[in-house]
Each structure stands twice: as structure tokens, then as C-alpha cells.
Ligand binder design. Structure first.
Ligand SMILES: [Zn+2]
Length: 458
């Protein structure tokens, strides 16, 4: 209920601006009085009072105007409650933006909360920028974030499960043996929406099968039935949790980790062979050392010159041939993964995938004198069905790895978290920001078209 331009510009419901002037240091001083119908009603009995007890001057903190701070001087009345049986003798006026006992306007709190939730700054920074204390800024953020995070997630067709280290592991020196003993190694198990845009669906403390199963058990049976594919790293713990809680879902192994294992195997063979050949670790000048960067690259990304360099370095002696065998093994495994639709443009058939896997196993069997290659083949055969399913469905855990990066960024900006609940809230807010932004965009579009129709004179 605004009466004048100044009050409309000031924009606090129930406050009428009586004066405004520029103060020291560019501060805008705003003087206001109450103009709110309910302000003279007793908060206890609801009787509208007609007797002013005294006038008080308060200075609620408010949002800045551009770069200038705003200082509000609010002349409040203290009323006397006129109902005879009421316990309360007097009460002061209040407006929705500044409830009783509040010294900040609601919009200042909302601004701080939005900065933390949507711009990703820390509560400490938001508190500094808005002239409030850390607990107030954090409380405002929690009040904004919690209702959103507590909503149960929409059904998910492709679910990703990944672990995320929560802070550094803590060690202690054992006084008797003098050895380091692990005190705490803190982890979160995280659940991701790989097919939709919901980002991080939830986290639980710990990384055992029971921890993962606990989160899945909290979901409704209908939600669990909707999950068709679950992507995990090659980790038996999560596999057992998924088999227990989501028996109908197809498990797939994340292909990035499969390639990672193969690349690591190539490096292990190269380091072992070089040590055997020279009796020391590799160094600049060794032909094997010069191509170590090329060996980890994808074969199809090598230029003809680089390929010739690898062949020249490895073709000369038996040690080089052993490295070459490991390298070819890696590429044979990648041949299997390259059948996925994202690379070829067409959905592969299972027989082709298993055929190429057989070629990989065959190569490993021919080179059974390389222990690293055999151990890779054993791991792959243990996860064979999950790897084949990953190639056929094309589902990867890439989304969860990218959101893990966001989670780490949050932890760094906060200089570590002491409180796991607060870490979960901040990380989940960061990892669902994109989906919130998208959904807001959709609703905004809809309201705009409705408004236009209303204003159309024809
Ligand atoms: Zn009263």
C-alpha cells in the first residue's frame, strides 16, 4: 500500500519514506515511518490499539543501492495493549520484511542466501559483503536450500554411483611402534542422475555397500523400479549394493576407468622393462622415455611421424617389443570400447563387442609372459558383462566425475568442511544449480507469454 514515489522506490511493504538524503561516504540515509494496517494490532491478543506508549528509532540493516550502502532510520511506535486481560503491556510495530526482534530486512537475508546458493560464494563472503554475521548468512542459506533439497528426486532412468573423499585422511603416530595409524578416512557415496538434468541426487556418509544400500532403501519402490541402468567404477562394493537393492537394473562399468586401467598397465610395463634394461629408472635420452607421452595417447590421435617414432623406439630390442605388446594390448581393449554408438554412430551388436573382447583376450594369452597384461585381462574378464553393457548402452559416469570436480571446488573455497551435513548441503546445492536454472528458465518463458496475452488489447 504505497502512497508516494519514494516509498515505491524504497520498496519495503509497510514502510513509508518521509525523507532521504546523502550521508557521509555516499551512504543513502532513508527515514521511514510505519504504514501498515496490522502494525497496531497486539501480537498476543490481536486487539487493535489506539494508544501510543512511546516512539522508538530503529536502524534495520537493508540491501545496498548499487554501490552505495543504505542506512534506514525507522521511527516506530510502541503501542499500549488496551485489552484488560492481555498479559502484554506494550508492543512495537513490525512489518513483514522486519518481523519482531529482527534487525535485518528479509530481502537482505534473501540476497545473502541467493548469493551463496546461486553464485556459489561462501557464507563467510556473503556475510562480509552484506554486513551480517556468519551464522545469520548460513542460516538464511540453509532456510533457502533445505526445502529444495528435501524434495524427493524425479524418476531416473540412468543412475550413477561414485565415491567422493570428504576432506583429508587423518593419521596419528602409534607411540609403541612409531608407525602411522589411520585415524579417519572420510568419504561420501554420491548418487547422480546421468540421463536427466537433476545433477547430484543425494549423498550418504561412508562408502560401504550398506551405506549405498541405505540411500537406495530410502527411495520409493516405484523410484527404484524406474532405474534401468546403473553406472559405477569397477568397484565390487557398489555392485553388491546395486544387486541387492536394484535387482532389475543393468550394471555398467564406467569406460573411462577401463581405459585408465589399460593406460596404467602400459606405463607399469614400460617402467619395469626400463628398470630391467638399464638397472635404473628411465630418463631423458632413453628411447623408451622419449615416447612415454605418446604411449598413453589414443592410437588414432598419433600423427604418422609420431607413430614412426614409437615404432623406431620399440622395434629395436626385446625390451622394446615387450612394451609394444602391452601397448597393443591397450589398443585392443580400446577397440572394444570404440564400438559404442557415440564413436561409430550406430548401435553395436553384442556379438561384435564380444568378438573384439575375444581378440583382446587372445592377444593377452599370446603374451602371457607379461604379468601386468594378464592381470588386466583377469580384471576385464571379471567385469566383462558390465563392460559389454556399457558399450551397448553407451552409459558412462562422466556426469558424476564432472560434478565431483564441483564438489572439490566447494571444499576448496570453504577451506575444508568441519560439519558433514553442511558439506552435503553446499555440495548438493552446487551440483543441482544447473537443473534449478533450467527449470526456472522454463517457468519464466511460460509466464511471459501469459502476461503478453493479458496486455493484448485485441
Ligand atoms: Zn494484547
Amino acid at each position: 500500500m504505497f502512497h508516494d514515489t519514494a516509498s515505491v522506490l524504497f520498496g519495503v511493504e509497510g514502510l513509508q519514506v518521509t525523507d532521504a538524503e546523502s550521508g557521509a561516504g555516499g551512504t543513502l540515509e532513508v527515514w521511514a515511518v510505519t504504514d501498515h494496517a496490522a502494525a497496531s494490532a497486539c501480537p498476543d491478543c490481536g486487539t487493535v490499539s489506539g494508544r501510543v506508549h512511546e516512539q522508538v528509532l530503529t536502524r534495520p540493516r537493508d540491501v545496498a543501492r548499487g554501490l552505495d550502502a543504505v542506512q534506514v532510520w525507522w521511527v516506530k511506535r510502541r503501542w499500549k495493549c488496551e485489552a484488560g486481560e492481555c498479559e502484554r503491556k506494550t508492543f512495537t510495530e513490525w512489518v513483514p520484511q522486519v518481523p519482531p526482534r529482527c534487525r535485518l530486512t528479509g530481502r537482505l537475508r534473501e540476497q545473502a542466501a541467493a548469493e551463496i546458493a546461486e553464485r556459489g560464494i561462501t557464507p563467510a563472503e556473503a556475510a562480509r559483503g552484506n554486513g551480517m554475521s556468519w551464522p545469520v548468512a548460513h542460516g538464511a542459506f540453509a532456510a533457502r536450500a533445505d526445502p529444495l533439497l528435501e524434495q524427493s528426486p524425479e524418476p531416473v532412468a540412468h543412475l550413477g554411483i561414485d565415491e567422493h573423499r570428504r576432506g583429508r585422511p587423518r593419521w596419528r603416530i602409534d607411540e609403541d611402534t612409531g608407525e602411522y595409524v589411520l585415524l579417519a578416512d572420510r568419504w561420501h557415496t554420491c548418487f547422480f542422475d546421468l540421463s536427466g538434468g537433476q545433477g547430484l541426487l543425494g549423498q550418504v556418509e561412508g562408502r560401504t555397500a550398506d551405506d549405498a544400500a541405505y540411500w537406495l532403501a530410502l527411495a520409493t519402490p516405484a523410484w527404484r523400479d524406474a532405474v534401468r541402468v546403473v553406472a559405477i567404477d569397477m568397484c565390487t562394493i557398489y555392485a553388491s549394493a546395486v544387486r541387492r537393492m536394484l535387482p532389475g537394473a543393468q550394471l555398467v562399468a564406467d569406460l573411462f576407468h577401463v581405459v585408465h586401467l589399460a593406460v596404467k598397465m602400459t606405463g607399469d610395463v614400460r617402467r619395469r622393462v626400463v628398470r630391467g634394461k638399464y638397472g635404473r629408472r628411465g630418463r631423458t635420452g632413453d628411447p623408451e622415455y622419449g615416447i612415454k607421452g605418446l604411449l598413453v595417447r589414443n592410437l588414432e590421435h598419433l600423427s604418422p611421424g609420431q607413430f614412426a617414432k614409437v615404432m623406431a623406439a620399440l622395434g629395436s630390442d626385446p625390451a622394446g617389443q615387450e612394451i609394444a605388446a602391452a601397448w597393443i594390448g591397450k589398443e585392443k581393449l580400446r577397440d572394444v570400447l570404440n564400438l559404442r554408438a557415440r564413436v561409430t554412430g550406430s548401435v553395436p551388436c553384442e556379438r561384435d563387442v564380444r568378438g573384439r573382447l575375444f581378440a583382446f583376450y587372445d592377444w593377452c594369452a599370446q603374451n602371457d609372459d607379461i604379468p601386468e597384461l594378464l592381470s588386466l585381462a583377469r580384471t576385464v574378464s571379471r567385469w566383462e558383462d558390465e563392460i559389454v553393457a556399457a558399450v551397448l548402452t553407451g552409459v558412462t559416469n562422466a556426469v558424476s566425475e564432472s560434478l565431483n570436480r564441483l564438489a572439490k571446488l566447494e571444499a576448496r573455497m570453504a577451506y575444508g568442511f568441519r560439519n558433514p551435513a553442511s558439506q552435503r548441503r553446499r555440495v548438493r546445492t552446487a551440483c543441482t544449480r544447473g537443473s534449478r536454472r533450467r527449470s526456472r528458465h522454463v517457468t519464466k518463458k511460460r509466464t511471459r507469454s501469459v502476461t503478453r496475452r493479458q496486455h493484448d488489447p485485441g
